[in-house]
Design a binder for this molecule. Structure first.
Ligand code: IMP
Length: 198
């Protein structure tokens, strides 16, 4: 059976990506399964796509199996698209999710409910032996709440209510988030790319 390596050190993203890859006839590995030297990838791209490609290509030069990387984040309309590619380090490098959420709420304290639209973005990149096989974009539109709600998920999930629903991602079961999320959409497309090389 062919193998694919999920190239992320983010525990939550790893779990979601693993579930979203089910259905493919492929053995899913994590970076920590590989007992080889791997470089630290500096995410200095201006776009999610640039960062996703950089992660997939860099790791695939060290790993013989196919590599799947995801770069993702939240874009808030009222903040001109912030936190964007800086989502994981919005308040500081190495910030906890709670610190980023607190910063977001503070910046949005004067933004009325009708103007709190935001979009989660995920770009998946697939690479093999230093060659990019393809990228896939997923988006999920919604709104930012006035305070955190829910205990599931990670990152900005307690603040984000997907369009058409009245609960945050953190109030849904992961199985439901994995049906409608930005990452679900990106992975659905990425699976088509992966399938071609299996
Ligand atoms: P990355 O590891 O550089 O792609 O950073 C992703 C960051 O974006 C995470 O640390 C979260 O802050 C945010 N993010 C991305 N996807 C999600 C999601 O599905 N839920 C909540 N936050 C997310």
């Amino acid at each position: 059976m062919k193998k694919i390596v999920i190239a992320t050190t983010n525990k939550n993203k790893k779990e979601e990506l693993k579930k979203l890859l089910t259905g493919l006839n492929v053995k899913v590995l994590q970076l920590s399964d590989l007992k080889i030297y791997l470089p630290t990838v500096i995410e200095d791209g201006k776009t999610f796509r640039q960062n996703a490609i950089k992660k997939a290509l860099t790791y695939s030069r060290y790993i013989k199996e196919m590599v799947l990387a995801d770069d993702s984040g939240l874009m808030v309309d009222a903040l001109g698209g912030k936190p964007g590619v800086r989502s994981s380090r919005f308040s500081r490098v190495g910030a906890k999710d709670e610190e980023n959420n607190a910063k977001l709420l503070k910046l949005m304290k004067n933004v009325p409910p009708k103007k709190r639209q935001a979009t989660f973005i995920s770009v998946a990149a697939v690479a093999l032996n230093g060659i990019l096989l393809g990228t896939a974009l997923g988006q999920c539109k919604g709104t930012i709440g006035l305070q955190p709600e829910g205990m599931n998920g990670f990152g900005y999930d307690p603040l984000f209510t997907p369009g058409g629903y009245n609960r945050t991602f953190a109030q849904f079961k992961s199985s439901f988030k994995n049906k409608i999320s930005h990452r679900a959409e990106a992975l659905k497309k990425a699976k088509t790319i992966i399938q071609k090389y299996l």
